[in-house]
Write a protein that binds this ligand. Structure first.
Ligand code: SF4
Ligand code: SF4
Length: 178
């Protein structure tokens, strides 16, 4: 059974609603009629703790912390089915992408994501290309007549991470380790 939680009115924070509304159009969220069509067709609905129509309702109500701490933001596969099916034209998948950006800026990002950025920074690859893994990949490439993987320019990669702000996510990963 879902645990009920009481939220006092002075705990509500509408900043998220305004921030999202600025990007999707002030009236877009208000068009939602809570029909639940987005949730009924969501491809990851069984894995998320907050269904799409509830995220929209929570946005309107000012339940910022509940939304940013929900796994719905990160479990979404961005298949866009919710957006395609919404009878009121609410672009939920875009809203979710915006929520990811906002959560990241506030440091509310799963360790799996922040540590991936760290791996890219240190190795230049999403999966470390070192040790036995490197030998196996090289052997297979040789068999297929492919050239060796060229070494990535880590300075260039780290410059991009810094300039795009992605590098800030590594701090989060380090904080979680401490
Ligand atoms: S399908 Fe659209 S209108 Fe219906 S609950 Fe979802 S966002 Fe709201
Ligand atoms: S885009 Fe995300 S929220 Fe929308 S239906 Fe797909 S998985 Fe569900």
């Amino acid at each position: 059974m879902t645990e009920e939680k009481t939220i006092e009115s002075n705990q509500l924070d509408h900043s998220l609603r305004y921030e999202i509304s600025e990007k999707v159009g002030a009236k877009s969220l208000l068009k939602c009629i809570q029909c639940g069509v987005c949730s009924s067709g969501c491809t990851v609905s069984e894995y998320i703790d907050l269904q799409p129509h509830r995220v929209v309702a929570s946005l309107l109500l000012g339940l910022k912390d509940i939304i940013l701490e929900s796994n719905a933001i990160w479990t979404c596969s961005l298949c866009h089915r919710c957006t395609e099916r919404c009878p009121k034209g609410v672009d939920y998948s875009f809203i979710l992408a915006l929520l990811r950006n906002i959560a990241s800026k506030e440091g509310k990002i799963p360790i799996e994501y922040s540590s991936t950025v760290e791996t890219i920074s240190e190795n230049g690859f999403v999966v470390p290309y070192t040790g036995r893994m490197k030998n196996t990949i090289n052997r297979r490439r040789e068999k297929m007549g492919l050239p060796e993987v060229s070494s990535p320019d880590l300075d260039e990669i780290n410059y991009i991470l810094k300039e795009t702000g992605l590098g800030n996510l590594m701090k989060k990963s380090k904080e979680d380790e401490d």
